[in-house]
Unconditional design. Structure first.
Length: 203
């Protein structure tokens, strides 16, 4: 049906999260319609963003260096680590200016229905970080939805016995919302009211 080059573009878009075949077709046809410079600028932005960014080997955030600017900043409170699902959550919390500790990015959440198990997350490196010492508190700031809650519980269980205090952002966050969309006041309240996590019964 479509020329192979166009089909490859559509398939590439269709692999993006939340993008189905129809949206992929719309995006692809849009790129064919815009002036050539605009399409080339898009292609360049894709290449350059990959070339100019690094994944931090400590916290798994995305930055321009490894370690990232947050991990390398001696004025941050290294005894606190805030655990989030995605790099965009780090940016949301940084933008709100309500937190001065370090981060750990899980790169997702547990979602058994979609085949995302513990191995797809950076829990193991987190446990290692905590065991290395110096971290007194781990704040679980995964999204307040089903996957985020399940992930927080799993991480809390894995951190049992490390000696670090494990807390979860305060309840009262809008259920099903995402950390990245919370405003400054809500984030500050959620951090302020964080509670000790207790892993479930039967352990
Ligand atoms: Zn880092």
């Amino acid at each position: 049906m479509y020329p192979p080059a166009l089909e490859r573009l559509i398939e590439a878009f269709a692999r993006f999260p939340g993008v189905g075949r129809r949206t992929a077709e719309r995006l692809s046809f849009h790129l064919l319609r815009v002036p050539p410079e605009e399409a080339e600028a898009f292609a360049r932005a894709v290449g350059e963003s990959r070339a100019a960014t690094r994944r931090c080997s400590r916290c798994f955030n995305v930055g321009e260096s490894d370690p990232c600017a947050v991990c390398a900043d001696p004025s941050r409170e290294a005894r606190m680590v805030c655990v989030v699902e995605e790099p965009r959550d780090v940016w949301a919390i940084e933008k709100a200016r309500v937190y001065r500790g370090l981060y750990h990015v899980l790169l997702g959440s547990l979602n058994p229905a979609e085949g995302a198990g513990p191995d797809s997350l950076t829990v193991e490196p987190l446990v290692r970080r905590v065991k290395e010492g110096g971290i007194e508190e781990v704040i679980l700031a995964t999204d307040p939805d089903l996957e985020g809650d399940g992930t927080a519980l799993y991480v809390a269980e894995r951190l049992e016995g490390t000696g670090a205090r494990v807390t979860r952002l305060a309840r009262g966050l809008p259920a099903g919302s995402a950390i990245e969309y919370l405003n400054r006041v809500v984030l500050a309240d959620a951090l302020e009211g964080r509670r000790e996590m207790r892993p479930g019964p039967g352990r």
